[in-house]
Design a protein around this ligand. Sequence first.
Ligand code: AVI
Length: 314
Amino acid sequence: MIEEFANNVDAGLSQSEKTLPSKYFYDKKGDALFVQIMKMPEYYLTRCEMEIFSTQTLALIESFQADKNVYFELIELGAGDGSKTRKLLAALSDEGYQFDYMPVDISQNALDQLEKSLQQALPHVSVIPKHGDYFEMLGSVKDSHHPKIVLFLGSNIGNMSDAIASDFLYQLGANLSKNDKLLLGTDLIKPADIVLPAYNDESGITRSFNINLLHRMNAELGANFDPGGFAHAPEYDENEGIAKSYLLSGCDQSVDINAIGKTYHFHAGEKIHTEISRKYNDEIVCGLLQQTDFSIAAKFTDKNHYFADYLLNR
Ligand code: AVI
């Protein structure tokens, strides 16, 4: 685990344009910071998707075309705190559907908390948590022959490049059967004055989330980053439709990383690219699906058309 972290960090920091993989945001502190980000007034994504789940719950369920007499698996990739899914779980259970809810997350901590809170809130819903990487989980999903509805919400797909996202959807489709469904949450392209503040909230929570990566390398890889020596610097290009987060070096500095046995140099103003958050429209989503077995069966948006959940049919 640490070796993989060290290898990924070395690979990213050895490039001429330095990068760090965003998946390392999510340690215990990062999970907690992300939960806080989702509550920030500027971070509209969660509220918009929550609106879709709250106001269109039955329409969403209808789009699944599930049979009340046939058991199915509801698999959520990257479940986090499951706050949106709760509405859906309650409605599915009230409507008499037979299903297991299988949240998949790379964070054991997030899964433990989710399982505990669901046991209290929805004791009738059967929850089978699965710990692991989405990609690792794709293979294990294939083993059962029950119908599947996969949820991939929150525009989590936006943290992948288009090439990786398209490959991911291809692989997901290859591990599902005909008529299985995927509900894909996507943040829609919109002006910078709405998107950029979502990645640069006034309270500085997103800044702490980004800087936490440095704290994590210090704690786990024996690095000596000075977290005060880097600034959180998000960018968003409306034409491209991609928000990008950077850590900006405030001065010329060198950092030793013991677990790698190397020293890395950062010049004043040099950026480490830490995350992309892609924004979508129908054309981009269709482009991602081109090589896959999925087609768009329905689209649900919030009243402002900021966010869309696409129901894809395999
Ligand atoms: C998890 N993911 C969809 C978030 C996003 O909007 O890209 C992660 C995030 N990064 C900064 N703020 C939120």
